[in-house]
Design a protein around this ligand. Structure first.
Ligand code: NAD
Length: 509
């Protein structure tokens, strides 16, 4: 049996109103539309979040537009100083932010702290903005002529973010966007919106001028208002593939720069020469961490040749030790799912897997904690094939599939034929095989004996194929490029004595 931690006391919770943040202050919604926010470990509503109308989004855009000229004029060293102050505040309040994440998302506190820490690394990278924005200079490109390149902010940037990383994914966007000199509007997930408001207050406390960072809550209506607003220059999106595609096509058609990161189906290939114990530890950690609600979660373990039986046994052996319970309990390792509906949808893949011919090695419904929380224990399917729904769909929950492949080539072909291309991993002791894999696999982020290869902040994060619409990955160098546009200056300070009329096309001489 999976161990179950004790549930917190339900009587401690009461529904709060969660409002927008515009022009440096909390602004109550006036649209008359709102949505419920839950504590998933308790299964009770704890908040009611205002949904912005197009008019309310317009007010946030006006505030960001008004703040832009002064913000972009601020010297790089002053912007850097502010980023350092923001870094310090987020670092000092990491525990408070993590607590909000656990309460609204459900992930265990240690994982929530890890999320904030990874977001903090992106803020730290953005502290280097004077270096990151350095241009190039070519002296004497032509006689008496120098050429140099500069990068300038776009204006107002917007970020639309998913429920599964309510603090980190917004940080991927606002930290580089602000450091580059843009003002920002965040539309966080309506399922766990409170962390954004807490962070908005921190940014104000750090000294960020009013209007530079705004938060509007809402659903499709607010998102569509962002996509259509003529005063928004760029849109970053992270979420599911159908919405990412919609954001990319609609935003681009409205003339905006758009990067839209979508869903995933991440494979972990285990070759017969791999250390099976290490591979099993990695599969359990990456498959069930954050209840599988990570875009980099391992969803399909591809066991090659005779690795399969040993690997399935080793994974199965580890499952009873995964402690499922409320994220606030120090010994919980896996919390609940985000909503009751999502939990039920995930659980249905266990049945569809069985009906379509997979072997159910572990059924998480049998080990879910009691109570009203949106819990589902860990589930393992073996003998899954690419035709099954459990393989084709991004389950986004604690249901791990083992797919058996005869050869390395079969395994790689399976990965490359999959429509998604976010993360992928290989477990092997063979350096040559790993190098060949890195060369030919069609995914944006590759792990070699690393199951969740989320790039460090000074590289960029992004997938291929249906996991990314647009050219730019987020944060790191591509994030800086995304939030700026280039300008090249050709300059001459001629000696008046040598000046003459020349109607020819400028030549380099
Ligand atoms: P989602 O696509 O349902 O929602 C993401 C955002 O889009 C939210 O802010 C939501 O309010 C908004 N939205 C939802 N429906 C919309 C609609 N019809 N029109 C306009 N806007 C809409 O995603 P989610 O369920 O919050 O997050 C989980 C998904 O995000 C998974 O597919 C996961 O793989 C993906 N994800 C991807 C990455 C990545 O880096 N590629 C990272 C995290 C999450």
């Amino acid at each position: 049996m999976t161990e179950v931690a004790q549930a917190p006391d339900k009587s401690e919770t009461k529904a709060r109103r969660i409002s927008h943040w515009i022009g440096g202050r909390s602004v109550a919604g006036e649209s008359g539309r709102s949505g419920p926010v839950y504590n998933p470990a308790l299964g009770v509503q704890t908040g009611e979040v205002d949904f912005a109308s197009a008019e309310e989004v317009g007010r946030a855009v006006a505030s960001a537009r008004e703040a832009f000229p002064a913000w972009r004029e601020l010297s790089l060293s002053r912007r850097q100083e502010l980023m350092f102050r923001i870094r310090e505040l987020v670092h000092n309040r990491l525990g408070e932010i993590a607590k909000i994440l656990t309460d609204e998302h459900g992930k265990v506190l240690s994982d929530a702290k890890g999320e904030v820490q990874r977001g903090l690394e992106v803020i730290e990278h953005a502290c280097g903005i004077p270096t990151l924005l350095r241009g190039h200079f070519s002296e004497q490109a032509s006689s008496g002529i120098d050429v140099y390149s500069i990068r300038q902010p776009l204006g107002v940037a917007a970020g639309i973010t998913p429920f599964n990383f309510p603090a980190m994914v917004p940080m991927w966007m606002w930290a580089p966007a602000l450091a580059c000199g843009n003002t920002f509007i965040l539309k966080p997930s309506e399922k766990d919106p409170s962390a954004s408001i807490y962070v908005a207050e921190l940014l104000k406390e750090a000294g960020l001028p009013d209007g530079v960072f705004n938060v509007v809550h809402g659903d499709k209506e607010a998102v569509d208002a962002i996509l259509q607003h003529p005063d928004i220059d760029a849109v970053s999106f992270v979420g599911s593939t159908p919405i990412a595609k919609y954001i990319y096509t609609t935003g681009s058609a409205a003339g905006k720069r758009v990067q839209a990161l979508g869903g995933a189906k991440n494979h972990m290939i285990v070759l017969p020469d791999a250390d099976i114990g290490m591979a099993a530890d990695a599969a359990v950690s990456a498959g069930y961490g954050s209840a599988g609600e990570r875009c980099m979660a391992i969803s399909a373990v591809v066991a090659v040749g005779d690795a399969a039986d040993q690997l399935v046994d080793a994974i199965k052996e580890r499952l009873p030790n995964v402690k499922v319970g409320p994220g606030t309990e120090p010994d919980s390792e896996m919390g609940p799912l985000i909503t009751r509906e999502h939990r039920d949808k995930v659980a249905a893949y266990i049945d569809s897997g069985r009906d379509q011919g997979a072997t159910v090695v572990a059924d998480g419904r049998e080990t879910s904690p009691d109570g009203d929380g949106f819990f589902l224990g860990v589930s393992l399917l073996d003998n899954v094939t690419p035709e099954m729904d459990a393989y084709k769909d991004e389950i986004f929950g604690p249901v791990l599939s083992v797919v058996r492949a005869e050869t390395y080539d079969d395994a790689v072909r399976m990965v490359n034929e999959n429509p998604y291309g976010n993360g992928v991993a290989i477990f092997t002791r063979d350096g040559g095989a790993a190098r060949q894999f890195q060369f030919e696999v069609e995914a944006g982020m590759v792990g070699i004996n690393v199951p969740i290869p989320v790039p460090v902040a000074y590289y960029s994060f992004g997938g291929w194929k249906s996991s990314l619409f647009g050219d730019a990955h987020v944060y790191g160098p591509e994030g800086i490029n995304f939030y700026t546009r280039g300008k090249v200056v050709t300059s001459r300070w001629p000696d008046p004595a040598t000046s003459q009329v020349d109607l020819g096309f400028p030549q380099t001489r």
